[in-house]
Design a protein around this ligand. Structure first.
Ligand SMILES: Cc1ncc(C[n+]2csc(CCOP(=O)(O)OP(=O)(O)O)c2C)c(N)n1
Ligand SMILES: [Mg+2]
Length: 291
């Protein structure tokens, strides 16, 4: 394992750990969709994004639009771990007066670039941010990373925004689809089939880069390639599992926003214990720090 791989795996473990501790403390929450973007968040915040936690409104930063806003908890864990605010804030999730509402609010939380939660809307916000970057002719390596759910794609607004991105060849926005094959109350195939998602995005004019959303290297490779594309709209299609990393909930129908009973709490404790050990050990052995 290279030093970079170790750092990214450790980052994923930390984000998953902090998110699960927070949700377990709360007693319920959007576990499934928060878990399927953990590896993505680790790659973004450890390796890809340009940001400064001391200046969350720095205009030269990269932007993150979590359009599937219900996955706020893992974004909050990533932001806390990367210095935007104190980890203690995590234990105010969803409380009256909190700065961490269940869905992200850019006026409440340092590091949150867009207020989201009403599915579909983040796609248009990201398109606007991307166009603003282009019009302002800012640093050419600046990007907007838009994270969209596969169930969220049921919203027509996504496809309106995608048409705009493709027409404008707005490579300033990197669309990342969390293809976890499930939405709120079941499998996409049983509710509204996405059909061939890759082909669909391509037919809308996108370059589509598939990646394994459970594998940090694969995500990093796809995002690196996505950043090099400048003559087309670009989409990274992440193959993920809803609730990934939490075996008790992986691929279960009720993983979307469970309330934890005794059995679930025990299952969470097992994962938390394993992750704590992994983090204490520094994220794995046999690190080849030369690469
Ligand atoms: C406009 C709108 N309609 C309905 C909802 C309720 N809702 C919240 S999450 C969700 C399912 C989203 O599925 P997906 O995008 O696949 O999310 P993930 O699997 O990543 O959790 C729905 C219907 C909403 N937040 N906004
Ligand atoms: Mg989904």
């Amino acid at each position: 394992m290279t030093e970079k791989e170790r750092k990214l795996k450790l980052g994923s473990a930390q984000i998953r750990l902090e998110t699960l501790k927070m949700l377990k403390w709360r007693g319920y929450g959007h576990l499934g969709g928060a878990m399927s973007i953990v590896e993505l968040l680790s790659v973004l915040y450890n390796e890809v994004l340009k940001y400064d936690p001391e200046r969350p409104d720095w205009t030269d930063r990269d932007y993150v639009v979590l359009s599937k806003g219900h996955s706020g908890p893992s974004l909050y864990a990533a932001l806390a771990l990367h210095g935007f605010f104190d980890k203690e804030w995590l234990y105010t999730l969803n409380e009256g007066g909190t700065r961490l509402p269940s869905h992200p609010d850019r006026l409440k939380t340092p590091g949150v670039d867009a207020t989201t939660g009403s599915l579909g809307q983040g796609t248009s916000v990201a398109a606007g941010l991307g166009m603003a970057l282009r019009l302002e002719k800012k640093a050419s390596d600046q990007r907007v990373y838009l994270i969209v759910g596969d169930g969220e794609l049921n919203e027509g607004q996504c496809w309106e925004a995608f048409q705009f991105l493709a027409h404008q060849k707005l490579h300033e926005v990197i669309v990342i689809i969390d293809y976890n094959k499930r939405q709120l109350d079941g499998r996409l195939e049983d509710i509204i089939s996405p059909f061939d998602l890759k082909g669909k995005m391509e037919s809308f004019g996108f370059r589509v880069l598939p990646a394994d959303g459970k594998n940090e290297n694969s995500i990093l490779e796809a995002l690196t390639e996505a950043k090099q594309i400048e003559d087309s709209a670009v989409c990274v299609l992440l193959d993920t599992v809803k609730a990934q990393g939490v075996p008790y909930y992986e691929d279960k129908d009720d993983s979307h926003a469970p309330k934890f009973d005794e059995k679930a709490r025990q299952a969470l404790d097992e994962v938390i214990e394993r992750l704590e050990k992994f983090v204490e050990e520094g994220g794995g052995q046999n690190v080849d720090s030369s690469r």
